[in-house]
Design a protein. Structure first.
Length: 227
């Protein structure tokens, strides 16, 4: 336990930073269900898709409960080494990861959506890339205690800056994949129902947004580093 965590455990009974980190892990766990949901959809295993959707929404609800708990227990006044508003903003951005994953899964199961076979491999790569971006930013949040202990300076700050750069790289890779998949769908668009094509593009946008949200979480920590 770091000095900051030990201090808050002694004064308030638990560390808000540890709760924030656990919340980030829950959000990434929700997103990780998509890695199983998409292959099941591609193979018409809709009962399995439903199970993964149910599991994802269960985790998303747990994240919501934890978000409310953190908001209710986060101390006010001069007790935090980081501005309360900054932590609440970071919490809200993290929560968008779980919400975004739920939106993706909801569209897939609601529409029984399957991407054209010609782009399914790239879509799975996009799903994995978006999840990897979320997982990487979770590691950034996991370093928050150490950052605070070092005053957001020194070796730890440089290490976290490097981690944020990796988040940006992973997010950029998802953007490139989306362009490639869009071109693949366009090539067979004439053979597909227009509504189906529209929802394929919508899911692509949501998967891209999932990585964008993770990048915004990283940038929020970066702003805290700069203060």
């Amino acid at each position: 336990m770091t000095n900051v965590s030990a201090y808050f455990s002694g004064v308030f009974g638990r560390s808000p930073f540890r709760d924030l980190q656990n919340h980030a892990k829950l959000c990434v766990s929700a997103a990780a269900e998509l890695k199983l949901l998409f292959p099941a959809a591609n193979e018409n295993r809709w009962e399995d898709v439903q199970q993964h959707y149910d599991r994802l929404t269960e985790i998303e609800q747990q994240a919501d409960e934890q978000k409310r708990s953190i908001r209710n227990h986060l101390p006010r006044g001069f007790f935090l080494p980081v501005a309360r508003a900054d932590l609440l903003d970071l919490l809200g951005r993290q929560d968008e990861i779980a919400n975004g994953a739920r939106d993706v899964a909801g569209l897939v199961i609601g529409r029984r959506l399957q991407f054209p076979v010609s782009v399914q491999a790239e879509v799975l790569e996009l799903v994995e890339g978006s999840i990897a971006t979320c997982a990487q930013v979770c590691e950034v949040v996991a370093s928050l205690d150490e950052l605070i202990d070092t005053g957001f300076k020194g070796r730890e700050a440089r290490r976290v800056s490097d981690m944020i750069e990796k988040v940006e790289y992973l997010e950029h890779r998802t953007d490139e994949l989306v362009v490639k998949i869009r071109a693949g769908i366009f090539a067979v668009e004439a053979d597909l129902p227009a509504v189906h094509v529209m929802f394929c593009y919508k899911v692509l946008d949501l998967l891209s947004e999932l990585a964008d949200v993770a990048e915004r979480v990283g940038h929020r920590v970066q702003m805290m580093l700069a203060k």
